[in-house]
Design a protein around this ligand. Structure first.
Ligand code: MTE
Length: 334
């Protein structure tokens, strides 16, 4: 556990003890430790009050067509759409699982621009419409395994990130790819202070090695369940890296930068002894505060009745990606 930051409030200042205790018991009963457990639990518990409880319906989503469905051997049943839309991590909108669906509906996703820049010959600014016009969408049915030890199976719609990177023509210095979420505290209440945003220094940033980014599994997603993304899932455009813990799959991206050196990432900046740059799903390497050997698969019954199943190395995608890490000690490079 990280040392309590200076902004830590006494939990009694944040939320009544009974509410705090109830919430803590539920989290304990589920065997869950929130990814932001370095954020004091009382602060987490108080956030839904802080943000207010409006719970509007999900913003309208447009239907999208796609050319093919790829499953990469995953035959697990899909997680119901309503669970994918209401159990989220998107700290820009609060740290409780229901905060994003309650607080993100006003996010303006059109117009939206995504730039690809840095060590490339052909930097480019894409609109979402340009991307949809330029590449055929595919449906990819992927497991999503959160570092908090819950998981889902999601029918994403998107294009391989490699298609966008190829167009930008990386130069010989490009070794890594850095990603950045929109920074807009007006729209994203979690970004207004470290207290409301889980201690993160915004904008949320992530990174991949170039060969990881070019792997066919790495998806730029623009939709799920046949429609455009909901704000809480990272509309209008996000990354999906199915063999890595979910925190690598950065939402609502505005910038992709090809760089020479390993870029800083949000969770390694927050607690590098707990969250590594590679973050490959690995049942053999425990998080310092919990085991990663099993996961709760979210199905129709929600988290309380979610079945506990064994976690697979690389989240079941070893055939596609294990070769990327040949010769690397994955305990050291967690
Ligand atoms: N991206 C941003 N910008 N902010 C976040 O808080 N949370 C990550 C990831 N991407 C996060 C983010 C985490 S921890 C997970 S598990 C996934 O988004 C969750 O994606 P989902 O809510 O669509 O299931």
């Amino acid at each position: 556990m990280k040392k309590s930051p200076q902004w830590q409030l006494q939990r009694s200042e944040v939320t009544p003890e009974s509410v705090f205790q109830q919430r803590r018991n539920i989290i304990k009963a589920l065997g869950l430790s929130a990814i932001g457990a370095s954020v004091p639990m009382g602060v987490q518990a108080g956030l839904s009050d802080w943000f207010g409880k409006s719970a509007p319906a999900t913003a309208p989503r447009q239907p999208l067509s796609f050319s093919q469905t790829l499953r990469y051997g995953i035959t697990d049943p899909l997680t119901p759409e309503d669970k994918i839309l209401t159990h989220n991590n998107f700290y820009e909108f609060g740290t409780a699982k229901t905060d994003p669906s309650e607080n993100a509906q006003g996010l303006i996703t059109d117009p939206w621009q995504l730039s690809i820049e840095g060590e490339v010959e052909n930097p480019k600014v894409w609109s979402v419409a340009n991307i949809l016009d330029s590449f055929p969408l595919e449906e990819r049915i992927y497991r999503l395994r959160c570092v908090e030890a819950w998981s889902m199976v999601v029918p994403w719609l998107g294009i391989p990130l490699a298609r966008l990177i190829e167009q930008a023509k990386p130069n010989s210095k490009a070794k890594y790819v850095a990603f950045e979420t929109l920074y807009d505290p007006e729209q994203m209440p979690g970004q207004r202070s470290r207290f409301t945003g889980g201690g993160i220094n915004y904008p949320y940033v992530e990174g991949l090695r170039l060969d990881e980014a070019m792997n066919d599994l790495t998806l730029i997603s623009l939709g799920l369940y046949g429609k455009t993304l909901a704000p809480q899932n990272g509309a209008p455009i996000r990354l999906v890296v199915p063999w890595k813990y979910g925190f690598k799959s950065i939402k609502s991206i505005v910038k992709i930068r090809l760089v020479e050196k390993m870029p800083p990432t949000t969770w390694t900046q927050l607690a590098d002894h707990e969250y590594g740059f590679f973050a490959n799903v690995n049942p053999a390497v425990s998080h310092p505060r919990w085991s990663q050997a099993t996961e709760r698969r979210i199905g129709s019954g929600g988290l309380l009745s979610a079945k506990r199943i064994p976690t697979e190395p690389f989240n079941g995608y070893g055939d596609q990606v294990a070769s990327l890490y040949q010769g690397m000690d994955l305990r050291q490079w967690y």
